[in-house]
Every structure is written in structure tokens, then in C-alpha cells.
Design a protein around this ligand. Structure first.
Ligand code: GLY
Length: 379
């Protein structure tokens, strides 16, 4: 019997386990391939302002709180693991390729300012002074000094080491179901048939959180994203470049020694793992429009994974309708950004029984679950 068992060893599951173990709990994580889901594809953007969405003010507040936690979280993780996590604090450029794209950026800037957020309008010349590799054809941009990035795979590797050092047990097996006894979750059954019994079960299975036997219906669906990893870009970009290219979004996120991640498609196609010719074409086409030298880089990796989407694009945190089951899932486009705040809030809930205020708007009871078709809907 362990205090907590976490289903899922991605960034969210491992960080919850690490923080809970650091606060004195015994914790087991179950995952047959830790870090092989959305964590493997994540670009690592910490960009709540650049990604601020209309009618998503609660999510923005959560994102800003997590962004503020990132420097200390990264420093503590690096100290605990002895491994770098690649936090870049160089800000984010958001570019418009043509006049229509710039008009859309101006609307985004007005919205950001209404919310009291800090972003600065740049002329094409100012944008190129910051990032000399940009095409002269870019028509304008915004600088978001406060939006950063981290190397998602490096964070995951560091979390594996830090969690182990804190005493977290990692069971490399697949979760078969949540075990429910007398209307309470009491642990996880693994596909081998063995059971990990726990005081609290934490669900952190990302896009796979919706379909586990033993669970109440959860409004989580897979949202496919294709990404590319390019190599040989040492010094090409200082920080994240996001762009609207004739109405289509693309981002370029530098990491490590000369790596650039180009992303991402957003597709409602279920668990389709195919990397498609069209997906790669569109991403490369738009990336080359914005940074022409991308044409010379090595195409090192292509990958498709699934964001855990929810009806309001915000995560599911805290207690569920099943006693003994805690949710840490549904992070959609913001898994890396929201890792520290999810870890702290969930660890606090596990230790004290109270969910911190910042996480309170994100409990699953904000959805009315169970229409006649069984479809979860926003209340
Ligand atoms: N946050 C980046 C993405 O979901 O593609």
C-alpha cells in the first residue's frame, strides 16, 4: 500500500509524483513507456500571453501562475537531478506574414492589453533586429518578453532522475483499470493482473485519460499534433518565433545545441499516429516562409502525438466524482507550461486534502457529464 499511485509517467504525472514525494508521501508511478506520449512531442513553450485565447481568462491566470513558478521549479529540478532543463528566458516573437495576418495580431494585442498583459508592437525592422534570420517579407510583429521556453525532453529526463532520488517507485507496466471498491478508487490494476493499492489514485494519462475502465466519463479527447525536429540551427534563433502565415499558425522553438522544433498541426482525428505528407509540407512551407534558412537544416525527426483536449481547452484538476480519484489531466496545448502549477496544486491536495485556490476553477464538476448520447458538455 502506497500513499498515492499515479497513472501516467509523462511530465505531469512525474512532476506530481516528485512534488508529493518531496513532501513526505510514498508514491508509485505506473507507465509502460514514460514520456513517450505528448511529452515526447511537446515544443516546450511557456507562452500564456502569446497563446492567450478569447474567453479563456481563468486558463490565462493559471498559465501566468505556472509561468511565474517555472524559474524556481527548473532550478530545483536541475539541483535534484543534476541535469539541465534548457530554460530560455529570451521572450517570444509573434509575427504576421501579410497584412491580414498583422491585422489579426493587432486584435490579439488589443485583447492582451485589455487583460493588462505586456506585449510590444514591433515593426518588421525591429523584429529582424531581434531575430536577423527572419525574412524581410514579414509585415510586423509583437514581442512578448515574458513568454519563455524549456526543453521538454530534458525536463522529462530530469524528472525521472529527481523522482527516483525522492523515492518514487516507477512501475513500467501498462495501466488496465482503476480499481474501485465500495464506490472508492483504491488503486490501479496493471495489464499483468497485479494491483497497486493506494490511499489516492491520480489520473495523469493525458489523451488516454478518457477511456479507462472503472472511471467516471471524462471529457478528454485526443487532439493530434504533428511536429518536426530540425538540426544544424546553432545560433539561428534566439528565442521562440510564432507566426501567422496567411492565416495559418506555425512556431519555431530553438532548443539544445542547434535544434529547432517546428509545430504543430491541430487535428481532430482520434488516435491517428500518422505523420502525413500534407502535415510536414505545411509546417516546413510556413517555417521556410518566415525563416528562409530553415531550408538548409537537417530534418531530424517527425512525430505525431495527441494533446489531451477538453471542451474549454483547460485542464481537469483536483478531486473527481469518484472518491479516492484525483485528476491531473486535460492540459491540451499547455502541458509543459502548466506542469509546475499542476504538480504543486495536486501535491498540496494529496498532503492536506485542500485544492489551492488557483486550481479551483478547473475541477471536473464544471462540466455537465452524461447527455442522452453520453457526450460530456460544457455547463
Ligand atoms: N502548445 C503548442 C501546441 O500544442 O502545439
Amino acid at each position: 500500500m502506497t500513499d498515492a499511485v499515479v497513472a501516467g509517467g509523462g511530465l505531469v504525472g512525474l512532476s506530481v509524483a516528485w512534488r508529493a514525494a518531496r513532501r513526505g508521501l510514498s508514491v508509485t508511478v505506473v507507465d509502460d513507456a514514460p514520456g513517450a506520449g505528448a511529452s515526447l512531442a511537446a515544443a516546450g513553450m511557456l507562452a500564456p500571453v502569446a497563446e492567450a485565447g478569447y474567453r479563456e481568462e481563468d486558463l490565462l491566470r493559471l498559465g501566468l501562475a505556472s509561468l511565474a513558478s517555472w524559474p524556481a521549479f527548473a532550478a530545483e529540478l536541475e539541483a535534484a537531478s543534476g541535469m539541465p532543463v534548457g530554460l530560455r528566458t529570451t521572450g517570444t516573437l509573434v509575427l504576421g506574414f501579410d497584412e491580414d495576418d498583422v491585422r489579426e495580431l493587432d486584435a490579439l494585442l488589443r485583447f492582451q492589453r485589455e487583460l493588462g498583459l505586456t506585449a510590444e508592437r514591433l515593426t518588421p525592422r525591429e523584429a529582424r533586429r531581434r531575430e536577423p534570420a527572419l525574412t524581410p517579407r514579414v509585415r510586423g510583429g509583437l514581442l512578448v518578453e515574458g513568454d519563455h521556453s524549456v526543453d521538454g525532453r530534458a525536463v522529462h529526463a530530469a524528472l525521472l532522475a529527481a523522482a527516483a532520488a525522492a523515492g518514487v517507485q516507477l512501475v513500467r507496466e501498462r495501466v488496465a483499470e482503476v480499481v474501485v471498491e465500495r464506490d472508492r478508487a483504491v488503486g490501479l490494476r496493471l495489464t499483468s493482473g497485479s494491483v497497486v493499492r493506494a490511499g489516492t489514485t491520480v489520473l495523469a494519462l493525458g489523451a488516454h485519460s478518457g477511456g479507462l475502465p472503472g472511471l467516471p466519463a471524462l471529457p478528454v479527447r485526443p487532439v493530434k499534433g504533428q511536429i518536426l525536429r530540425l538540426a544544424g540551427a546553432d545560433g539561428l534563433l534566439q528565442g521562440t518565433v510564432r507566426a501567422l502565415v496567411r492565416g495559418r499558425h506555425v512556431y519555431l522553438v530553438p532548443y539544445g545545441d542547434g535544434g529547432v522544433i517546428v509545430g504543430a498541426t491541430v487535428e481532430d482525428r482520434g488516435f491517428d499516429a500518422r505523420v502525413t505528407a500534407g502535415g510536414v509540407h505545411d509546417l516546413l512551407h510556413d517555417a521556410i516562409e518566415v525563416v528562409p534558412e530553415v531550408e538548409e537544416l537537417e530534418l531530424a525527426e517527425t512525430l505525431a502525438r495527441w494533446r489531451p483536449g477538453t471542451p474549454d481547452n483547460a485542464p481537469l484538476l483536483g478531486p473527481s466524482s469518484l472518491p479516492g480519484l484525483v485528476l491531473a489531466t486535460g492540459h491540451h496545448r499547455n502541458g509543459v507550461l502548466l506542469t509546475p502549477v499542476t504538480a504543486e496544486a495536486t501535491a498540496e491536495l494529496l498532503v492536506s486534502g485542500s485544492l489551492p485556490e488557483v486550481a479551483a476553477p478547473f475541477t471536473a464538476d464544471r462540466f455537465a457529464v452524461g447527455t442522452s448520447e453520453g457526450d460530456p458538455r460544457c455547463r
